[in-house]
Design a binder for this molecule. Structure first.
Ligand code: LLP
Length: 421
């Protein structure tokens, strides 16, 4: 991982040792490398430099204001799915005109807020949403920029919970209906058709599903042209996979090489909505070993992070690497290692972070769970009345707390006791 390295057996993120971070911020703590985020963003813009393009970072992957701010400064646009995410983008200095609004359940209020802020595009997922956007735009005396999110019915070959481009999924407008819905949109008074959109799933490691989806979208673009509907952009969604342990995702170069020839013929601006690929490997979750519990069948290491902090293993059987903050003096693969299940202290059997990992552990050790920058903190909760972890950003030899650990009191400060009437 580019952001992480061992120096004299001590794990560092950029120039900062993990031990120093734990001394300053305690555990559990999410730490993100600013450089690693910018490097992937830059790789996207470099790879597609020959085309007019816009990288709209998918805010849901990691929505900390510092992360959004770094990307906004670099010129990124954003892909949002709620009013809350748009408010975060604006608070972080992002430009509403470079934001696309995805999601199947936009409400009147969401649409009104987004139009008032000057949103770049609504990615429309149904006919009723189209009608609602037209109605709100009419009320505000504005013209609403829209794309239709088409569902190309391709198999993304990823985990079923994060596959979105199959006809059984709730997302998008089916490929077969798309042209008719564009024609309906063209007839609406306060709708401005600007693009076409698709997103087929997440953690795609092969390029073929992207190419298959692109081919289907291109076919639609040609049909629309014949009908006099001209688009300005096409949005290929997000979904590029990352390496967590031993996955071999398509590289950015291969990704670009497979898509560029088809894209350059179209003469449209190309949008991407990457989330995971930008932030996953820029982040780690630091956690301390609290209890070692070897049993006859299994060894459990109970740590101070849990499924409320990082739900991906429990929810998707996701596997992420677990590495020690200080290498054992004899090296990582030597005598002291045993297989450990790394588990949290929550009262659920599903509360595990990793299983059967060969490690030499002692109580008090700090472990780093890698690949935790995407869908880590954003999916965290307060289950078991656990305060959510702190978040820290590292750049060079600097580090900064970008969200303090929640206090326990804050978890119930807005609750009230029942007052008998
Ligand atoms: N655009 C749309 C419309 C999306 O629904 C998503 C993700 C993205 C872009 C970004 O996809 P990415 O580049 O991050 O793959 N919580 C799951 C992942 C859910 C993805 C949902 N949609 C996980 O932790 O694996």
């Amino acid at each position: 991982l580019p952001a992480l390295n061992y120096r004299n057996d001590a794990l560092h993120m950029e120039q900062v040792s993990i031990t120093e971070l734990v001394d300053c911020y305690d555990t559990p703590c999410y730490v993100y490398s600013k450089q690693a985020i910018l490097d992937v963003y830059q790789a996207y813009t470099d790879s597609f430099a020959s085309l007019k393009h816009q990288v709209c970072y998918a805010v849901k992957a990691n929505s900390n204001l510092a992360v959004l701010g770094v990307l906004a400064q670099a010129g990124a646009g954003f892909d949002i799915v709620s009013r809350g995410e748009l408010m975060r983008v604006l608070a972080a200095g992002g430009d509403a005109a470079r934001v696309v609004f995805s999601g199947v359940g936009k409400t009147y209020g969401d649409i009104e807020y987004a139009l008032t802020q000057g949103i770049g595009c609504f990615n429309v997922e149904s006919i009723s949403e189209l009608a609602l956007i037209n109605e709100v735009a009419q009320q505000l005396d504005k013209s609403a920029p829209i794309s239709l999110r088409v569902n190309p019915n391709v198999d993304a070959k990823t985990h079923p919970y994060i596959s979105t481009g199959l006809k059984d999924n709730k997302f998008g407008i089916t490929h077969e209906d798309a042209v008719a819905v564009y024609e309906q949109a063209a007839a609406l008074s306060h709708i401005d058709i600007v693009g076409i959109d698709c997103h087929i799933g997440s953690q795609l490691t092969e390029v073929e599903p992207f190419v298959a989806a692109l081919d289907k979208v291109i076919e639609l673009i040609h049909t629309l042209r014949e009908k006099g509907i001209e688009l300005r952009h096409m949005d290929l969604g997000g979904g590029l996979g990352v390496r967590y342990i031993d996955e071999t995702p398509v590289s950015m170069d291969e990704f670009a090489a497979a898509l560029l020839p088809k894209l350059s013929e179209l003469g449209l601006t190309v949008f991407f909505e990457p989330g995971r690929s930008i932030v996953a490997n820029a982040g780690v979750l630091l956690t301390r070993v609290d209890v070692l519990k070897p049993t006859e069948h299994k060894n459990f290491a109970i740590v101070d992070a849990a499924m409320n902090d990082l739900i991906r293993p429990a929810l998707y059987q996701a596997e992420m690497a677990v590495i020690p903050s200080v290498l054992p003096s004899k090296g990582i693969d030597t005598d002291g290692t045993q297989p450990w299940d790394i588990v949290g202290a929550i009262c659920e059997t599903g509360d595990f972070l990793a299983k059967g990992r060969l490690l030499a552990l002692e109580v008090g050790d700090t472990l780093a769970i890698t690949g935790a920058g995407a869908y880590g903190f954003t999916m965290s909760s307060n289950y078991n009345s656990r305060p959510r972890a702190s978040e820290v950003m590292v750049s060079g030899n600097h580090h900064q707390l970008i969200r303090p650990r929640e206090t326990i009191e804050s978890l119930y400060e807005n609750e009230t006791l029942w007052q008998a009437q």
